[in-house]
Design a protein around this ligand. Structure first.
Ligand SMILES: Nc1ncnc2c1ncn2[C@@H]1O[C@H](COP(=O)(O)OP(=O)(O)OP(=O)(O)O)[C@@H](O)[C@H]1O
Ligand SMILES: [Mg+2]
Length: 252
């Protein structure tokens, strides 16, 4: 599969399968094609049509975008930036039911939909912020509302593009706990990150992406090696593993 963005080959002859149940982290430097890959999964972008290539989501190659939204939750900076600044947190969450960006008429929603939103606001600890407009929230607060929005349909899979970027320690830990619970409940999480210390221990598969190509793909222990990471980022990297978390340090 090959994907062009403008004149750039963002993904180059990629051959990849992400199975339901196998949560995966995608790691790579700026411009490697990580977000492009996620946008293929969420159908925000389409691959270059090559008769020899095949692209399937949940085993199907043709998807109604609306139907896909029920089965896939998305959290990304792009999505965060598309909300109108005056939209309240509550509307951000409720808009998950209508797949518009904040334009939602509450009287048109069902009681169970309202209950579900209410539950998630409480569960993610953002109930007290629900009437705040997006522009008055911090990055981490906005991110939590997006996460609640992604969860309204209780989707099978969640796609996170740099979910921890700009989060403080408490918010980051909160995110890691959320992923842990999602994976324990049988959800598939696909997470893009630059920082290997933000890969939750529950995610076992890692794909290293470099200039639109796969540099390594497999079990975390085999993929996140000093050799692979040094090659990927072009600097000497030392890897430390603690409590299932991986840390990259400069090689002395
Ligand atoms: N809208 C666009 N139009 C043209 N080229 C684009 C567009 N978006 C991305 N690209 C190019 O596609 C390539 C892959 O970009 P992508 O956003 O997938 O990278 P990334 O791995 O997510 O990087 P980052 O870590 O900076 O988020 C880059 O070379 C980028 O310049
Ligand atoms: Mg990106």
């Amino acid at each position: 599969m090959t994907v062009f963005r403008g004149k750039t080959t963002a993904l180059d002859s990629l051959d990849l399968e992400i199975c339901t149940g196998a949560s995966t982290a995608i790691v790579g430097p700026n411009g490697a094609g990580k977000s492009t890959l996620l946008k293929l999964i969420t159908r925000e972008l389409y691959p270059f049509v090559d008769p020899a290539s095949e692209f399937k989501i949940f085993g199907e190659s043709r998807w109604n975008v609306w139907e896909l939204r029920y089965r896939l939750g998305i959290v990304s900076l792009d999505l965060q930036n598309t909300f109108f600044p005056d939209t309240t947190g509550r509307k951000v969450v409720l808009s998950g039911f209508v797949t518009t960006l904040g334009h939602v008429v509450e009287s048109e929603l069902t009681e169970s939909q309202m209950d579900r939103a209410e539950f998630l606001l409480g569960d993610l600890g953002i109930e007290h912020l629900q009437d705040k407009p997006v522009r008055k929230m911090s990055t981490g607060q906005q991110r939590r509302f997006l996460l609640a929005r992604a969860l309204v349909h209780d989707p099978e899979a969640l796609v996170f593009d740099e979910p921890t970027a700009g989060l403080d320690l408490a918010s980051k830990f909160h995110y890691l706990r959320t992923v842990k619970q999602l994976v324990q409940r049988g959800k598939t999480v696909v997470q893009v990150t630059h920082h290997i210390d933000e890969i939750p221990p529950e995610i076992e598969r890692v794909i290293l992406l470099d200039k639109g190509r796969i540099l390594a793909d497999g079990n975390k222990l085999e993929v996140l090696t000093e050799e692979n990471l040094s090659q990927l980022f072009g600097v000497g990297v030392r890897v430390v593993i603690e409590d299932g978390f991986y840390r990259a340090l400069p090689k002395q």
